[in-house]
Design a protein around this ligand. Sequence first.
Ligand code: GDP
Ligand code: MG
Length: 547
Amino acid sequence: MAQKVWGPTTGLKSAQRNALSRIYRRHVPPDQVVTSELAHFMAHLSHDIRRQIGVLIDRRGKVQYVIVGDSDSLFLPDLGRNRAGVGRLRGLRLIHTHVRGEPLTRDDLTDLSLLRLDMIGVIQLDDDGDPTTIELAHVVAPGRTDTGWEVIAPEDIGRLNLDFGTFIDELELELGAARKGRRVSQGTRAIAVHVTPGRTDSTETRRSLEELRELARTAGIDLVEEMIQRRPKVDPRFVLGRGKLDQLVLATMQQEAELVIFDRDLSPAQARSIAEATEIAVIDRTQLILDIFARHAKTRKGKLQVELAQLRYTLPRLMGRGTAMSRLAGGIGGRGPGETKLELDRRRAKDRITRLQDQIRTLSRQREQQRRRRINAGVPSAAIIGYTNAGKSTLLNTLTGAKVLAENKLFATLDPTTRRLFFDDGREVVLTDTVGFIRDLPSDLMEAFKATLEELSDADFLVHVVDLSSVGWEDRMASVRGILEELDVREKQELVVFNKTDAIADKELVDHLARTHGAIAVSALDGKSLRPFKDSLKAIATAIRAR
Ligand code: GDP
Ligand code: MG
């Protein structure tokens, strides 16, 4: 039985119609985008009828739809909305011909993104109807390109050696990772949960929750409630006791929370059980930190490095899940379907990790900073560094004010953490806020953290903000400098700012400390206190310009 050919078939000879219908019989191996035979067949037929021909191919390589268009467009059949899961690809790629050999059009690329196609490809023909090149495009994870898609340069039909199966596995994984990364969006309402074997009002608990609060604030999360439970031993399945879990479920509903954050690391099984009970997303402290890093990584290398850290965190968790599964499957004497899927997930994650490592190595050699440096040519720039909660963002905001931001809208939207400060002589300096240092950073997150600070090497000098009112500020100052050393930027000029001096009663002590450390004392909340700081910025900027 002939399968339906979509699109306007009127005006075609029956032999042509049959030829179109025969395309359904062709099969593409899963590791190829399209076979050379199919490309030739479509090209010649297309040349013959002077109309575009398209096929929608599924992941197994089966032609699901054959579509005929007119000389310069193709109308796709309604693929139905629900076939595309949220954020995932449709599982169909469109390969079609362009009769006059035109490149991919705007409409093609719009179809690609709106329909969430796996890929779109155009086969270009020469005057004899032979296929010459194929140009491909695919969607990318949010933020990777400005447009949301990426076009692969045209390749000779005979030479196309893209392994489609691997490619699509990686792309799905990347889109999945981006989706998870985005789950924590600005203003997300969340409930924090802390479980302790000791007293609920101990210094340890208070300190830990305070830190979690800082992290949540940095991630742009709105912590609407905090729950503390004292439990001599954590519940292996839910961490919390049953009664407390019920209370948590109730609280998520009352507060309309979208997220639960645990102030400890969760096993994958625990995270899943709790998520099932509360029916909202559950993350742990490490995931929260990784989310912050993902948000702050600016360079391509930095982004890749954070993704690598996210995968490395996920991989053993997939392992754990797999082991539990195979034991279960072994018990009933067979391989569960879940296990196969997990093996695939693990393989994909491992492949992606290898690829990321390669890409990072290549990028290290390319030094993309040089390009960025040229963009800001002539304008001195400073990176604001220091621990989370030191007052970096407050300083930047008070310093530059809303007026400057409004005047530089384009600049501001391009990168929300970068501001320009104008001096009274009309000269300027570019200031960039960085991700804050985090107390007790888990050691396996260190590489990812450093990656978010890649942009430090772009800066002409550093503004090091210290919260002078906090206990242990001296140790923290030292560890910031230790990291600068490791990042190879220690020799950059460093302007030390002692902040929150309004919270210290002893003004003489403040003056003394500032003098001995060569620092400038300010209160970021008070614009007037920033005069000496501004003067120093101006002096340094002037000196840099003169270099
Ligand atoms: P960041 O994490 O370094 O960017 O810190 P933020 O700028 O977000 O500030 C952290 C907290 O410290 C906020 O609650 C600020 O209001 C507060 N803060 C910042 N600067 C000062 C200051 O000079 N004095 C006081 N008392 N609080 C400040
Ligand atoms: Mg900040």
